[in-house]
Design a protein around this ligand. Structure first.
Ligand code: SAH
Length: 362
């Protein structure tokens, strides 16, 4: 193992941009062309195991794996729901810090919900991770490794439903991805680079979900990587949103929506608005109308809304909206011409649904 620099996870192959890999390999005294072989094993075959890299001499692969593939993620526990098609994994990182990821398999696609930080500093009161505060940012490789493990389990037929492929990644696990901006963008680059430089996923199938850090949204648009942006709005008015998403006191509803609209203009990607429906809190018909109005006044066809029934977190006084209230909220948005899809709450019984990731060692 590469010794940890203080406070930082050991450097891993997945931290390196394609152009940095040959140098890292030569720094270990091996031939530069080995970098391409390692990339193929890692990104195409999803392997970081020297025993599987049989096209390299044994001593070489052991040396390279020891130097470039530290074990960053140790599974502590996995929990399954939905007949094994939803799998939550609790990971222990090199320093004992815990994070979670959730794999959700549907007919024709498989989505991994990844964590970008251990804990979160955004303090949204309805979110389990928000109650913990921020422990630390994850490294690029710590994020990519969550994905590799899931993609490998699917590839090897270890997930109910037989062998398959990971198709989608959502940054909706623990943490605020745009508060760990560079690391997250680097991870996205690994996801979308064609194999063997990266995992070869489609950028549109990668979703970055944010509380609305406006300058970072604009920076993300400027990278030119057309990932899908999700904005966690949860209220169309500043008074309530500042309570539900405290960063709203820094960037208001209008500022966040303007940034979302700019993101659409820059990337052509339709933006998702996330809206956790909380009973008697933000589920009023007038709020649906206000949201519909604020979205349509910024144009048509640029946005859709994902209401999510609140997943109550332990100790929370809040619950999900009544079904009739939810239906009315959805109907109002649709009446404004806003495509609206209620998100499912997969994995809620294993605390694996949105906002439930708390990563205590239960
Ligand atoms: N920090 C990012 C990612 C967080 S999780 C963000 O805020 O967007 C992804 C989504 O789950 C966010 O929209 C978040 O607001 C939502 N969420 C958090 N807690 C929830 C809960 N208890 N029930 C339903 N959705 C929740």
């Amino acid at each position: 193992m590469t010794p940890a620099r203080r406070g930082k996870p050991p450097r891993h192959f997945a931290d390196l941009a394609p152009g940095e890999r040959a140098e890292a390999v030569t720094a270990l005294g091996e031939k530069p062309f080995r970098a391409k072989q390692l990339a193929t094993h890692y990104f195409a075959h999803l392997s970081a195991d020297a025993a599987e890299m049989t096209d390299l001499p044994k001593a070489t692969r052991e040396h390279l794996v020891a130097g470039l593939f530290p074990d960053l993620l140790r599974p502590v526990r996995t929990l399954e729901a939905d007949a094994g098609t939803t799998v939550k994994t609790l990971w222990s990182l090199y320093d004992g810090v815990k994070v979670e990821s959730v794999l959700m398999r549907y007919p024709g696609r498989a989505t991994l919900c990844v964590s970008s930080q251990a804990g979160c500093g955004m303090a949204c009161p309805f979110c389990a991770t928000g109650q913990q505060g921020l422990t630390r940012n994850l490294s690029t490789a710590e994020i990519v490794e969550q994905v590799r493990h899931a993609a490998r389990a699917l590839q090897r037929g270890e997930v109910a439903g037989g062998p398959g492929r990971l198709t989608n990644i959502v940054f909706m696990g623990m943490g605020e991805p745009l508060a760990n901006y560079r690391t997250v963008v680097d991870a996205v680059r690994r996801f979308v680079a064609p194999a063997p430089d990266g995992l070869g996923l489609s950028a549109r199938n990668v979703t970055v979900s944010t509380v609305g850090l406006v300058p970072a949204i604009d920076k993300l648009a400027a990278t030119g990587i057309p990932v899908t942006l999700a904005l966690s709005l949860h209220a169309p008015d500043d008074a309530l949103r500042s309570e539900l998403v405290p960063i709203n006191t820094r960037w208001t509803v209008d500022e966040a929506l303007d940034a979302a609209r700019r993101y659409f203009e820059a990337t052509g990607r339709r933006v998702s608005i996330e809206y956790a429906l909380i009973k008697d809190m933000n589920d009023h018909a007038w709020r649906a109308d206000l949201l519909g109005q604020k979205l349509t006044e910024r144009g048509r066809g640029w946005v859709h809304v994902n209401p999510i029934p609140l997943n109550p977190t332990p100790g929370s006084i809040w619950t999900a909206s009544d079904p009739a209230v939810e239906a009315e909220f959805v109907a109002r948005l649709r009446a404004h011409g806003i495509p609206t899809t209620v998100r499912d709450t997969r994995g809620s019984d294993i605390d694996g649904a949105c906002g439930q990731l708390a990563a205590e060692d239960r």
